[in-house]
Design a protein around this ligand. Structure first.
Ligand SMILES: [Zn+2]
Length: 212
Protein backbone atom coordinates (compact mmCIF):
# COMPACT_ATOMS: atom_id res chain seq x y z
CA UNK A 1 0.00 0.00 0.00
CA UNK A 2 1.27 3.40 -0.98
CA UNK A 3 1.99 5.95 1.74
CA UNK A 4 -0.20 9.07 1.54
CA UNK A 5 1.95 12.18 1.81
CA UNK A 6 1.37 15.89 1.32
CA UNK A 7 0.58 17.05 -2.22
CA UNK A 8 2.23 20.45 -2.56
CA UNK A 9 1.86 21.88 -6.04
CA UNK A 10 -1.83 21.10 -6.52
CA UNK A 11 -3.95 23.96 -7.84
CA UNK A 12 -6.89 23.46 -5.47
CA UNK A 13 -6.73 25.80 -2.47
CA UNK A 14 -7.07 23.00 0.08
CA UNK A 15 -5.06 21.48 2.92
CA UNK A 16 -5.85 18.50 5.16
CA UNK A 17 -5.91 19.33 8.86
CA UNK A 18 -5.61 16.01 10.69
CA UNK A 19 -6.05 15.23 14.37
CA UNK A 20 -4.57 12.35 16.35
CA UNK A 21 -5.23 10.69 19.74
CA UNK A 22 -8.99 11.22 20.16
CA UNK A 23 -11.86 10.83 20.57
CA UNK A 24 -11.81 13.12 23.61
CA UNK A 25 -13.49 16.21 25.02
CA UNK A 26 -11.52 18.40 22.59
CA UNK A 27 -12.72 16.57 19.48
CA UNK A 28 -16.14 18.17 19.07
CA UNK A 29 -15.00 21.80 19.55
CA UNK A 30 -12.46 21.15 16.78
CA UNK A 31 -15.07 19.55 14.51
CA UNK A 32 -17.42 22.49 15.11
CA UNK A 33 -14.68 25.00 14.27
CA UNK A 34 -13.91 23.16 11.04
CA UNK A 35 -17.59 23.12 10.10
CA UNK A 36 -18.04 26.84 10.88
CA UNK A 37 -15.33 27.54 8.31
CA UNK A 38 -16.81 25.19 5.70
CA UNK A 39 -14.03 22.68 6.32
CA UNK A 40 -13.66 19.04 7.27
CA UNK A 41 -10.93 17.10 9.06
CA UNK A 42 -9.47 13.63 9.41
CA UNK A 43 -9.31 12.16 12.90
CA UNK A 44 -6.95 9.26 13.72
CA UNK A 45 -8.64 7.62 16.67
CA UNK A 46 -7.29 5.41 19.45
CA UNK A 47 -9.34 2.20 19.58
CA UNK A 48 -9.66 1.96 23.35
CA UNK A 49 -10.99 5.56 23.42
CA UNK A 50 -13.52 4.75 20.70
CA UNK A 51 -14.76 1.70 22.61
CA UNK A 52 -16.63 3.70 25.28
CA UNK A 53 -20.17 5.09 25.07
CA UNK A 54 -18.82 8.63 24.81
CA UNK A 55 -16.13 7.63 22.30
CA UNK A 56 -18.68 5.93 20.08
CA UNK A 57 -20.96 8.97 20.25
CA UNK A 58 -18.16 11.33 19.26
CA UNK A 59 -17.03 9.15 16.35
CA UNK A 60 -20.60 8.91 15.05
CA UNK A 61 -20.89 12.69 15.35
CA UNK A 62 -17.68 13.12 13.31
CA UNK A 63 -19.03 10.89 10.55
CA UNK A 64 -22.37 12.72 10.58
CA UNK A 65 -20.45 15.98 10.17
CA UNK A 66 -18.66 14.75 7.07
CA UNK A 67 -15.29 14.17 8.70
CA UNK A 68 -13.10 11.13 8.20
CA UNK A 69 -11.92 8.74 10.92
CA UNK A 70 -8.80 6.58 10.71
CA UNK A 71 -7.06 3.93 12.81
CA UNK A 72 -4.35 5.11 15.29
CA UNK A 73 -3.91 1.69 17.04
CA UNK A 74 -5.81 0.38 20.05
CA UNK A 75 -3.49 1.65 22.84
CA UNK A 76 -1.29 4.24 21.08
CA UNK A 77 1.48 1.69 20.92
CA UNK A 78 4.98 2.36 19.61
CA UNK A 79 4.72 -0.12 16.74
CA UNK A 80 8.49 -0.28 16.21
CA UNK A 81 8.67 -1.76 19.73
CA UNK A 82 5.75 -4.13 19.13
CA UNK A 83 5.94 -7.64 17.66
CA UNK A 84 4.08 -8.54 14.48
CA UNK A 85 1.24 -10.41 16.17
CA UNK A 86 0.62 -7.58 18.63
CA UNK A 87 0.70 -5.01 15.80
CA UNK A 88 -1.96 -6.99 13.96
CA UNK A 89 -4.01 -7.14 17.17
CA UNK A 90 -3.71 -3.35 17.77
CA UNK A 91 -4.84 -2.62 14.22
CA UNK A 92 -7.51 -5.31 13.90
CA UNK A 93 -9.31 -4.39 17.13
CA UNK A 94 -9.34 -0.69 16.25
CA UNK A 95 -10.56 -1.27 12.69
CA UNK A 96 -13.27 -3.56 14.09
CA UNK A 97 -14.65 -1.07 16.61
CA UNK A 98 -14.51 1.78 14.06
CA UNK A 99 -16.29 -0.32 11.44
CA UNK A 100 -18.91 -1.26 14.02
CA UNK A 101 -19.50 2.38 14.98
CA UNK A 102 -19.34 3.92 11.50
CA UNK A 103 -20.84 1.09 9.46
CA UNK A 104 -18.03 1.21 6.94
CA UNK A 105 -14.53 -0.26 6.65
CA UNK A 106 -11.59 1.83 7.86
CA UNK A 107 -9.48 3.00 4.95
CA UNK A 108 -6.61 4.89 6.55
CA UNK A 109 -4.24 4.65 9.49
CA UNK A 110 -1.36 6.49 11.10
CA UNK A 111 1.34 5.06 13.35
CA UNK A 112 1.63 6.66 16.82
CA UNK A 113 4.70 8.93 16.92
CA UNK A 114 5.04 8.10 13.17
CA UNK A 115 7.03 5.08 14.36
CA UNK A 116 6.59 3.07 11.18
CA UNK A 117 8.91 1.16 8.87
CA UNK A 118 8.88 -1.73 6.42
CA UNK A 119 8.36 -4.38 9.10
CA UNK A 120 5.55 -2.42 10.76
CA UNK A 121 3.83 -1.85 7.41
CA UNK A 122 4.08 -5.53 6.53
CA UNK A 123 2.58 -6.47 9.90
CA UNK A 124 -0.28 -3.97 9.44
CA UNK A 125 -0.93 -5.38 5.97
CA UNK A 126 -4.44 -4.58 4.79
CA UNK A 127 -5.97 -4.30 8.27
CA UNK A 128 -6.58 -0.55 8.07
CA UNK A 129 -6.22 0.72 4.50
CA UNK A 130 -3.61 3.27 3.53
CA UNK A 131 -1.02 4.84 5.80
CA UNK A 132 -1.17 8.62 6.10
CA UNK A 133 2.02 10.60 6.62
CA UNK A 134 2.26 14.41 7.00
CA UNK A 135 3.96 17.51 5.68
CA UNK A 136 3.72 19.71 8.78
CA UNK A 137 3.84 18.86 12.50
CA UNK A 138 3.97 21.97 14.68
CA UNK A 139 4.24 20.16 18.04
CA UNK A 140 0.92 21.45 19.40
CA UNK A 141 1.02 19.11 22.44
CA UNK A 142 3.08 21.47 24.62
CA UNK A 143 3.11 24.95 23.11
CA UNK A 144 0.58 27.83 23.32
CA UNK A 145 -2.19 28.18 20.74
CA UNK A 146 -0.63 31.26 19.15
CA UNK A 147 2.70 29.46 18.66
CA UNK A 148 1.06 26.41 17.05
CA UNK A 149 -0.88 28.71 14.73
CA UNK A 150 2.26 30.69 13.89
CA UNK A 151 4.24 27.54 13.07
CA UNK A 152 1.47 26.10 10.88
CA UNK A 153 0.68 29.32 9.04
CA UNK A 154 4.30 30.36 8.42
CA UNK A 155 4.79 27.61 5.88
CA UNK A 156 1.29 26.49 4.90
CA UNK A 157 0.72 25.66 1.23
CA UNK A 158 -2.09 23.97 -0.70
CA UNK A 159 -1.69 20.19 -0.56
CA UNK A 160 -0.25 20.11 2.96
CA UNK A 161 -1.23 17.49 5.54
CA UNK A 162 -0.98 19.07 9.00
CA UNK A 163 -0.75 16.99 12.19
CA UNK A 164 -2.53 18.30 15.30
CA UNK A 165 -3.99 16.54 18.37
CA UNK A 166 -7.60 16.34 19.59
CA UNK A 167 -6.84 13.94 22.44
CA UNK A 168 -4.23 12.68 24.88
CA UNK A 169 -3.40 8.94 25.04
CA UNK A 170 -4.37 7.33 28.35
CA UNK A 171 -0.89 5.80 28.65
CA UNK A 172 1.07 9.00 27.94
CA UNK A 173 3.51 9.90 30.74
CA UNK A 174 2.82 13.35 32.28
CA UNK A 175 6.16 14.79 31.15
CA UNK A 176 5.51 13.98 27.47
CA UNK A 177 2.77 16.53 26.82
CA UNK A 178 0.41 19.02 28.42
CA UNK A 179 -2.55 17.48 30.30
CA UNK A 180 -5.14 18.96 27.96
CA UNK A 181 -5.49 19.84 24.28
CA UNK A 182 -7.23 23.17 24.99
CA UNK A 183 -4.31 24.98 23.35
CA UNK A 184 -4.88 22.99 20.18
CA UNK A 185 -8.56 23.93 20.15
CA UNK A 186 -7.50 27.58 20.33
CA UNK A 187 -4.88 27.08 17.63
CA UNK A 188 -7.39 25.49 15.27
CA UNK A 189 -9.61 28.57 15.53
CA UNK A 190 -6.68 30.88 14.73
CA UNK A 191 -5.48 28.68 11.87
CA UNK A 192 -8.93 28.45 10.28
CA UNK A 193 -9.49 32.19 10.50
CA UNK A 194 -6.24 32.95 8.69
CA UNK A 195 -6.82 30.14 6.18
CA UNK A 196 -10.17 31.76 5.40
CA UNK A 197 -8.43 35.09 4.76
CA UNK A 198 -6.03 33.30 2.39
CA UNK A 199 -8.82 31.44 0.59
CA UNK A 200 -7.66 28.07 1.92
CA UNK A 201 -10.05 25.37 3.10
CA UNK A 202 -9.47 22.17 5.08
CA UNK A 203 -10.63 18.93 3.48
CA UNK A 204 -10.37 15.30 4.55
CA UNK A 205 -7.39 13.24 3.42
CA UNK A 206 -9.69 11.56 0.86
CA UNK A 207 -10.75 15.01 -0.27
CA UNK A 208 -7.11 16.03 -0.65
CA UNK A 209 -6.39 12.94 -2.75
CA UNK A 210 -9.38 13.74 -4.95
CA UNK A 211 -8.20 17.34 -5.49
CA UNK A 212 -6.00 18.49 -8.33
ZN1 LIG B 1 -0.79 9.77 18.39
Amino acid sequence: MKLIEGRRGIAAQVVALTFDDGPAVWTEPIAEALERHGGRGTFFAIGEAVATDEGRRIVRRLLDGGHEVGNHTWTHADLQQTDDAAIADEMRRTSAVLAEVTGRPVDCWRAPFFRSDGRVRAAVGDLAGREVWFSAMPGDWDIPAEETARRVLADLEPGDIVVLHDGRPANEPPELSWPTREATVGAVGLILEEMGRRGLRSVTVSGLLASS
